[in-house]
Ligand binder design. Structure first.
Ligand SMILES: Nc1ncnc2c1ncn2[C@@H]1O[C@H](COP(=O)(O)OP(=O)(O)OP(=O)(O)O)[C@@H](O)[C@H]1O
Length: 228
């Protein structure tokens, strides 16, 4: 479960990106975070994986208050929260296999176990046959699948996606959504920031609308409402 209580975020330059954020996201939910550019969506989700810290208020993830989290325990939090970005962020000099294996925290595991796990995950995203390729030998959609494989390799309880379809053509975007829905159906909580109105209006999930640093709407069901 993810809980924010009266969270405020001021950046060092004085910009107040978020203010008075109160939200609870239950285990297994699929939530879209929508809103105009600059509204605070990225800031909102960056705080969930502790890329940014709140200026005030509390954030609790699976019972742990992030403010109480010691630096040495941040890697453990990150292992339990997979993150997918708009621009994939794959390591360009590593193969697909290496990019996914790199994220696997099984130092004590045998190479055969690691290989099995990575290949299973590549199979899940439909790219077993690209294991030896470098990222720039793949299409954008394929790179995003690899970054999803990397994000779920440690079986996180939460998957956070910041505009995961932002760099993709519409057909490819729907394929990525199929994968995210499948991951969610296996019990993983998904929090996805997006500008894609077609997706939000078609694949109906809870919608949290952020505007001017505040939660303007929180709708359990239904689309973004652009057509109304
Ligand atoms: N590191 C930073 N330092 C200072 N200000 C920042 C920083 N990151 C974001 N901001 C500011 O905080 C506000 C919210 O930004 P944020 O990136 O969270 O919005 P967003 O809704 O994700 O926008 P977009 O849809 O364009 O990605 C904006 O005014 C932005 O300029």
């Amino acid at each position: 479960m993810i809980e924010m209580k009266d969270v405020e975020k001021r950046y060092p330059n004085g910009v107040r990106a978020l203010n008075g954020i109160d939200i609870t996201i239950k285990k297994g939910e699929f939530v879209y975070v929508v809103g105009p550019s600059g509204a605070g969506k990225s800031t909102f989700i960056k705080m969930m994986y502790r890329e940014e810290k709140p200026s005030s208020g509390t954030i609790t993830i699976n019972g742990t208050r992030l403010a109480d989290l010691k630096e040495k325990h941040v890697p453990h939090l990150r292992r339990n929260i997979g993150v997918v970005f708009q621009d994939f962020k794959l390591l360009p000099t590593l193969t697909v296999f290496e990019n996914v294996a790199f994220a696997l925290e099984v130092l004590e595991e045998k190479r055969t176990v690691i290989k099995k796990r990575v290949m299973e995950t590549l199979g899940f995203v439909g790219l077993k046959n690209k294991a030896r390729f470098l990222p720039d030998e793949l299409s954008g959609g394929e790179q995003q699948r690899i970054s999803i494989a990397r994000a779920i390799i440690n079986n996180p309880s939460v998957l956070i996606a910041d505009e995961p379809t932002g760099n993709l053509d519409p057909d490819t975007a729907w394929e990525i959504m199929d994968i995210l829905e499948e991951i969610n159906s296996q019990g993983t909580t998904i929090v996805m920031a997006t500008h894609n109105k077609d997706i939000v209006n078609t694949i109906k999930k809870r919608v949290i609308a952020v505007e001017n640093g505040r939660i303007a709407r929180d709708e359990r069901r239904g689309g973004y409402g652009y057509e109304r």
